[in-house]
Ligand binder design. Structure first.
Ligand code: XMP
Length: 319
């Protein structure tokens, strides 16, 4: 974007005018789009904004703490963290089909979000981090209102009786522009440069049935993958880097005894458009460090493999 400062100033003025003295809510996911949206709205109307972060239990390690930290340091708006892990896990119990998982997470998210939104008395506006590619992917056009595009895209649509007017300050921007706006607004690099994370969260990286135990194992392994990728200075050269837990166990040996434990997959991809992707040629030393740390530090994991499949034929996610 050529004139980012000008865009920010214009957006803030426009938001002030649109929102007036009304209250506005914004769902924070921890992702770049929602964080930049919240930052813009907060700069415009500050304390009239309430942000809602739903802890689905499917978030990555440290995600809630980092959102809360960034938020309290940068905004003077209100943040509500909704602890809904038990609800999501109860609904996901016994479910193994990936699309079914997506539907369940989507519906539950909407239910929880709508309940919390209803508690924000008199809120008239809903701020969404819809960006231009979301509109295009949903078959919309730039001059038409997107409706509930972002929610639709990520989680399945808001109920009709939840009547808010939409505020979508990023709807004409591509991801790189959004990052630039985030930097202009002073958001930290860890937020602005964050890799995309799917709406259904770790549920689609926990193959087979989603259980608390598998999620906890996956969270620990995933944190090590990201830490080592950062340590090696590769984070910004990789489009996505994450761990997947497989629903199988394999034989191993630890302290002289035979063990039967889980397998973790490391997935690192490089892509411009996420429609096609290649696996990233991570140096062997980094892969080695990740593997050694995971098998030493994560209880119940005795095997680590690296996914060397491009998209197509594989997708980026495993489910
Ligand atoms: P795939 O696995 O289709 O992923 O190659 C392409 C990109 O989309 C992300 N992804 C999702 N994002 N909801 C989302 O919001 C989803 O259900 C979903 N599935 C995949 C994936 O992380 C990658 O960036």
């Amino acid at each position: 974007m050529e004139d980012c400062k000008g865009f920010v100033e214009k957006s803030i003025a426009g938001l002030k005018q649109q929102i007036g003295s009304e209250r506005v809510i914004c769902g924070l996911s921890g992702g770049v789009d929602s964080a930049v949206t919240a930052a813009l709205v907060a700069k415009a109307v500050g304390s009239q904004l309430t942000c809602i972060f739903v802890n689905t239990g499917l978030m990555r390690k440290g995600e809630i703490e980092s959102v809360a930290d960034v938020f309290t340091k940068n905004f003077d708006s209100k943040l509500v963290v909704v602890e809904a892990e038990d609800r999501f896990l109860a609904k996901l119990a016994g479910v193994t089909d990936p699309q079914q998982k997506r539907k369940i997470v989507g519906k539950e998210f909407i239910d929880v979000f709508a309940e919390e939104a209803a508690k924000v008395n008199g809120a008239k506006f809903l701020a969404q981090g819809t960006i231009y590619p979301d509109i295009v992917e949903s078959g919309g056009t730039p001059d038409k209102p997107s409706g509930m595009v972002k929610f639709h895209h990520n989680v399945g649509g808001l109920p009709d009786d939840l009547e808010f007017e939409l505020v979508e300050p990023l709807r004409d921007l591509y991801k790189e522009d959004v990052r630039q706006v985030g930097r202009e607004l002073g958001l930290p690099a860890e937020v602005v440069e964050r890799h995309p994370f799917p709406g259904p969260g770790l549920s689609v990286r926990c193959l087979g049935e989603v259980t608390k135990q598998k999620l906890d194992t996956l969270r620990e392994a995933d944190a090590i993958v990201r830490e080592e990728i950062r340590k090696a200075g590769l984070y910004n050269q990789v489009s996505q880097a994450f761990a997947v837990i497989l629903p199988i166990q394999s034989v191993g040996v630890r302290d002289g005894s035979r063990i039967y434990e889980s397998t973790i997959v490391i997935r690192c991809i490089s892509t411009g458009d996420f429609v096609t992707a290649d696996w990233t040629r991570i140096p062997f030393e980094t892969l080695d460090a990740i593997s050694r740390r995971i098998t030493a530090e994560v209880i119940g994991v005795n095997r680590v493999v690296y996914d060397i499949t491009p998209k197509p034929p594989a997708t980026i996610e495993w489910e």
